[in-house]
Design a protein. Structure first.
Lengths: 839, 172, 302
């Protein structure tokens, strides 16, 4: 009996190699012949380039070339592509592989140096003289929206796009509602910040005229398409291999990075392999950031807290260019809905340019901002009505019997927003139990007796995962009995090689240890989209399952011929085909593989059995049937009509220090529904990692731009990624499985879950502890200290927890006013977005 | 200025090397470029992330903050040197496999060396001590929960193996 | 982020090192621990033409403890100083403060004397030298001189060392008998530079009343200063000291800066809190030290 693999916490096959130092990341590739690139990057946020003089750089021993935009021709000299066009993206602007005549953010690449090693290349890069006319930059959402200064001369108002998603008449619904509230929410920038930056290694074979590219990417086929188009090569002349990748979290889905074009271009031009490895400084100023938004909410609701109308206006900071299109704010505007179905809905976002690093998806990709707006609004409604925050949410949940739910909105995959399955009330019950919601007042009281201040917060989200268009899988049984699987999407630590092997092992009935999986190599599988939007398990998991099913069917057909038995009487167990109930009849799958390929020439013992005189032939049939093919391998594709919707709920108990305003998370709970689970250990690992990034975004990480557009905290000393000491000391996790109705395995995505509601949850908890509105995230102890000292013209917020003091109604206007944070000191950092006093 | 070089002798994972290297080359680059030991990774080049951590004469240090020439004549252990001679994974390596202590694996070598040294000094750490011991290395994938578990598991495996050896010795 | 070129020197004796410093002075930097210097060179914010690597000067790696205090030589690593039994016994606050310096891997390589010469106002060691009334021994080819803490720190990242001088050792005097000291800091993350750190020293007289209360801060000014709060609490019994008043006074005395992680007001507030906390602990330790000293005297009399 084959041990079932799917659903088991199987140890990862990737690990023995990685823990012994045998990982192969892009910087590990190369030899003595490899040349190294370094880039001259703009030190100014906005400037015209008057002249570039490489003379001194060329004097450095070991320098092979110094290149600028003037050296580029054809498609390469044109702007970088807009990867995801959209009808509302009316003013899309992208940069060039090397700046043409102006720069729009600090870090934009201006020239490339190629030399014998990186040290020399950096020496030379420092000697390239660039003559800039420095211009005043546009930094921050307010300055961009005010538009007295333009980032791009031909983009009025700095607006790349204005886009609305709506159903019903939200304005009327809000106006007619028994209760109305309005607030502003404010999220700051952060970034993916994988431990390994970007990197490219290119090798040109001038005899074969083939380009081989290793790049630390989330999409090998995407890069292949872009590189071949820009360098004037056929798709079939380019191989893109994704090596081991040290984390992506979204930043590596963007392609082609300027360096991904310039490095292979140099390799072809110089006819030498060329490599570029991004250093940490470069990553801060020339990769991508995300999260910054200002959201204004107007909500109308009834006495139960049911949302009758919701209007949200979002100002989204998109950075200097928009190569990835509108995906992030589209996610904000659709996933804002969460597990609810408001009576009427309108979200409008304005995508604004600023002279800062580009904004492209970072784990969550716009969902955290949307969820923040909705979940904090739920908290406010509860405040207003004096109701338990959970009860208000429960009054708004989509019920289990309502699925599938069609919202009449367009999702980020260009298809209708349609929830397939879920059970939000059960999620809420599990979460309440996990965090001891109903007993929290007792916990709070005992802590208060010791002089400690505790608060509890909660946040729900729904996440569309597994968007298309497709992924494919190829499964091949070798004559040895080993099974080779390949799929086109890439891996950055999600354990794909383990999880997909589990799927195929179960589908084929072979031991897990016999299945080897390759990902992200265009030589092995050429049709793919990439790894993003928590789609790996959904897309490739199903694709390899479908391919494995075809192979299984074929194996049984071949075996049925060989054993002269009906297919229905056969089973595939432990890598052997046998007649049901008769173990002695078995043929190893490897032998079936031999038999599946009729041969004229035997090249070893095993293949003798498949040659034409071996005696197992039905003479009425040709060796390869029409429409069939030799060999025991097949491909299949999974392409869904809709994304599948995972969901989750988090809760946290925080403690704020009455003296120092330090914020500590005492308990963190996650209830998580990602449908059927392939490997629970991998899923939990994803949750742990997501929560850590969520906590980072709630309490530690910002991108501190000054008014000159300089990123003042571009190092790990001042960009505060958490250590083990800063994350919750343990996370309580419970699972719920509402299988996806859209794919054979019933799986939903799990990759981003941990990070989506965290800022909402922690803000909610701090608010509960402090009895004071928290509007902007992240929040630091210094900022909490400042908030505590603000004059309290308003009543403190009410405690509506079960078992708490009787709630009193408070004037809605006082709640709305309390959300404006007026600075009382002059030493607020320049990146602060405090509202003006006049409002 | 031309590139000044110097001869260095290093003993890495028990093997002696003699190389002529540029004086400004950091130790992590020497390991990776000159000795082709690419297991040690470069994450930040300013000493914060810890991915480059190796053992210098048995003590964890940031190899990105050391010049190769400075450690001429010293003993270095990298992640490659943690694996036992017969290919068996060391207790720390095995613990990471057992506990899902890694995802992308990029930060992992720095944790492995750090923890190897830690459990030698602290064979029975509490969870708090384990967490503190790894709170100087950055990981972006795991969220640290399983890394802390790996420290405790590593200590456990180390104790198990040392009692096995004791048993072997006493049964001889 | 690769360092720029430099001429590398690896002197084998202190004399050789001093000769090199005399020759190259303003164009040279000493490489000891390198934990502060190398990041700055990697970011190409500093490009010294000459690097004088003193790591081969084994004779400078010692930590000497005597009745009057601790002498830490140039190459003694933070980790070695912190773990040193004699340091923990004679000048416990030094060991306590060292535990806050970055992370173990940094402490295994960084040197205490190096941290002093780096003179970073956000570092713990300058504040300790000041609080303990310590000094730095500087030598050049011209001779040797001893720079007390109040002369040693000239400005942020600037010490009084001349370009041709090598800091050979730092002296941390032991606190007087019947003293207790405490160091504490508040940082954003474990191991980070402090938003605010406080070192407090309390000395009691033989009647068990406060004789002196001094304090020094981290991340609060350009150079570490010693604030004398003795007038505020002199004569008070150890368990009657008004900690609130101590905290408020400390806040009045300092003029902290603002940065990305903390406003000036918040720093001042943290200083208040830490002043109270460290004073409380230091008083407790002083009392234990005083009763220990009393026992010793009683024994001697017998």
């Amino acid at each position: 009996m084959t041990t079932r693999s799917m659903g088991e916490p199987v140890k990862r096959v990737e690990d023995p190699r990685l823990v012994t130092g045998k990982g192969r990341y892009v910087d590990d590739i190369g030899d003595a012949r490899t040349l190294h690139a370094a880039f001259v990057r703009s030190p100014h946020a906005r400037a015209l380039i008057r002249d570039i003089d490489p003379f001194e750089a060329y004097e450095v021993e070991g320098v092979v070339g110094v290149f600028t935009w003037d050296d580029l021709e054809g498609a390469l000299a044109e702007p970088l592509p807009v990867l995801i066009p959209h009808p509302d993206l009316t003013h899309a602007r992208t940069g060039y592989p090397l700046a043409k005549d102006r720069v729009n953010h600090v870090g934009e690449p201006v020239a490339m140096v190629v030399a014998t090693d990186r040290y020399v290349a950096e020496d030379a890069a420092g000697l390239v003289r660039v003559d800039y006319d420095v211009l005043e930059p546009v930094v921050g959402i307010e300055k961009s929206a005010a538009a007295t200064l333009l980032v791009h001369d031909d983009v009025p108002g700095n607006v790349a796009a204005v886009s609305t998603q709506s159903y019903g008449d939200a304005a009327a619904a809000v106006a007619a509602a028994p209760h109305r509230l309005t607030f502003e929410w404010d999220i700051e920038r952060s970034a993916c910040m994988p431990m390994e930056g970007k990197g490219v290694h290119a090798k040109w074979d001038s005899d074969e005229e083939r380009l081989t590219l290793w790049t630390s990417t989330q999409t090998s086929t995407g890069v292949r398409g872009a590189v071949s188009a820009k360098l004037g090569l056929e798709l079939t002349q380019v191989d893109v291999i994704t090596p081991d990748v040290g984390g992506g979290f979204g930043v590596k889905i963007v392609h082609p990075w300027p360096e991904e074009l310039m490095v292979p271009w140099a390799a072809i031009r110089l006819n030498r392999p060329v490599k570029w490895t991004e250093d940490r400084r470069e990553h801060f100023v020339s990769s991508a950031h995300e999260r910054a938004q200002l959201l204004t909410v107007g909500v109308g609701f009834d006495d139960d807290g049911k949302v009758l109308g919701l209007e949200v206006d979002i100002l989204h900071d998109h950075g200097a260019y928009i190569p990835y299109g509108l995906i992030v704010p589209i996610n904000s505007s659709t996933q804002l809905l969460g597990p609810y179905h408001p009576g009427a809905y309108r979200v409008t976002f304005t995508s604004l340019y600023t002279n800062t690093v580009i904004v492209t998806p970072y784990r969550g990709a716009g969902r955290p901002q949307g969820v923040y707006a909705m979940e904090r609004t739920m908290d406010r409604i509860a405040q207003y009505l004096g109701k338990d925050r959970m009860a208000v949410r429960e009054a708004n949940f989509i019920q289990p019997d309502e699925f599938p739910v069609d919202f009449g909105l367009m999702f980020q995959d260009g298809r209708p927003l349609r929830y397939d399955s879920g059970n939000y009330p059960e999620m809420a019950e599990k979460l309440k139990s996990l965090i001891d919601w109903d007993d929290f007042e007792q916990t709070r009281a005992s802590a208060a007796a010791e002089g400690r201040k505790l608060g509890i917060g909660v946040g729900f989200y729904v996440e569309g995962t597994g968007p298309g268009p497709y992924e494919g899988g190829h499964v091949q049984v070798l004559t040895s009995g080993k099974v080779k699987v390949s799929t086109g999407l890439t891996s950055q630590g999600q354990g794909h090689q383990t999880a997909f092997a589990q799927v195929v092992a179960d589908e084929l009935g072979v031991p897990f240890e016999d299945v080897v999986v390759t990902t992200g190599d265009t030589r092995r599988f050429g049709y793919s989209v990439g790894t993003f939007a928590s789609r790996g398990a959904v897309m490739s998991g199903n694709a390899v399952a479908l391919a494995a099913r075809k192979v299984r069917e074929r194996a049984l057909a071949v075996a049925s011929d060989a054993l002269e038995v009906d297919v229905e009487d056969l089973e595939l167990v432990d890598g052997k085909v046998r007649v049901k109930g008769d173990p002695s009849s078995e043929i190893p799958l490897g032998t079936v593989a031999v038999l599946s390929n009729p041969l004229r020439y035997a090249f070893d013992e095993a293949s003798k059995a498949a040659t034409q005189f071996a005696g197992t032939t039905d003479f009425s049939k040709p060796p390869v049937e029409p429409g069939g093919k030799p060999g025991l391998d097949d491909s299949d594709y999974y392409s869904p009509a809709y994304s599948t919707f995972a969901a989750g709920a988090h809760a946290a108990i925080v403690e704020t220090d009455p003296e120092t305003a330090e914020i500590k998370i005492l308990k963190y709970a996650v209830v998580h529904d990602c449908g059927k689970i392939i490997n629970p250990r991998i899923v939990e690992g994803q949750i742990h990692g997501g929560v850590a990034q969520g906590v980072a975004g709630a309490l530690y990480e910002i991108m501190a731009y000054d008014e000159a557009g300089q990123l003042t905290n571009a190092s790990f000393m001042d960009f505060l990624m958490p250590y083990a000491s800063e994350v919750p000391h343990g996370i309580e996790i419970d699972h719920l499985e509402t299988p996806s109705t859209l794919n054979p395995l019933g799986v939903k995505g799990a990759g981003e879950a941990g990070v989506i509601p965290t800022s909402a949850v922690i803000a909610s908890a701090i608010e509960d502890a402090e009895r004071m509105p928290i509007v902007r995230m992240p929040i630091s102890p210094s900022e909490l200290f400042d908030l505590r000292r603000r004059p309290r013209e308003v009543e403190p917020l009410v405690n509506t927890m079960p078992g708490g003091a009787v709630a009193t109604w408070i004037d809605p206007r006082s709640v709305a006013d309390a959300t404006s944070q007026n600075p009382t000191t002059t030493d607020v950092p320049a990146n602060s977005r405090a509202k003006k006093e006049s409002e | 200025m031309s590139e000044q070089t110097a001869e260095v002798r290093l003993r890495v994972n028990g093997i002696p090397y003699l190389r002529e290297i540029p004086v400004r080359r950091t130790l992590c680059d020497v390991l990776r470029m000159d000795l082709e030991l690419t297991g040690t990774h470069v994450g930040c080049e300013h000493g914060v992330c810890g991915a480059c951590t190796i053992l210098l004469d048995g003590e964890p240090v940031r190899s990105c903050l050391l010049l190769g020439v400075t450690v001429d004549g010293h003993d270095i252990t990298t992640v490659e040197g943690l694996t036992e001679d017969d290919g068996r994974l060391s207790p720390v390596q095995q613990a990471f496999v057992d506990c899902h202590g890694l995802q992308c694996g990029f930060c992992t070598p720095g944790f492995l060396t750090t923890i190897s040294s830690f459990i030698e000094e602290n064979p029975e750490p509490t969870e708090e001590e384990a967490r503190e011991a790894v709170s100087g290395n950055l990981c972006r994938c795991t969220g640290y929960q399983n890394i802390v578990a790996s420290v405790l598991r590593a200590a456990e495996i180390a104790r198990e193996r040392s009692s096995e050896t004791t048993e072997e010795v006493s049964t001889r | 982020m690769k360092p720029p070129k430099f001429t590398y020197h690896a002197p084998r004796t202190v004399e050789e090192a001093l000769q090199l410093l005399a020759e190259h002075s303003t164009d040279a930097k000493i490489l000891a621990g390198g934990q502060s210097l190398l990041p700055v060179m990697a970011m190409r914010l500093a490009a010294p033409a000459h690097l004088i690597d003193i790591n081969r000067l084994e004779e400078l790696s010692g930590v000497e403890v005597d009745e009057d205090g601790v002498t830490v030589q140039a190459l003694a690593r933070h980790a070695h100083v912190e773990a040193h039994e004699g340091v923990r016994r004679r000048v416990p606050i030094l060991a306590e403060a060292l535990r806050w310096v970055a992370h173990p891997a940094i402490r295994n390589r960084g040197t205490t004397v190096g941290s002093l010469t780096h003179a970073d106002p956000s570092a713990e060691m300058p504040a300790m030298l000041a609080l303990l009334g310590g000094s730095v021994v500087a030598r050049s080819t011209e001779g040797e001189r001893v720079l007390p803490a109040e002369e040693f720190f000239v400005g942020p990242m600037e010490s009084a060392l001349r370009y041709d001088e090598l800091a050979l050792a730092a002296r941390f005097p032991a606190p007087p008998t019947r003293s207790g000291a405490c160091f504490d800091e508040i940082a954003r993350r474990h191991g980070d530079y402090a938003m605010c750190g406080t070192g407090t020293m309390v000395t009691l007289n033989d009647a068990g009343r406060v004789e002196s209360l001094t304090m020094s801060f981290v991340s609060v000014g350009d150079v570490p200063e010693v604030y004398d709060l003795s007038p505020l609490v002199a004569g008070a019994a150890a368990d009657e000291v008004d900690l609130t008043a101590v905290g408020e006074r400390a806040a009045e005395m300092i003029d902290p800066p603002a940065d990305l992680h903390a406003t000036a007001d918040f720093r001042r507030h943290l200083a208040t809190v830490l002043a109270r906390r460290t004073t409380r602990t230091a008083l407790g330790r002083a009392r234990r030290a005083a009763s220990g000293a009393q026992e010793l005297r009683d024994e001697e009399q017998v």
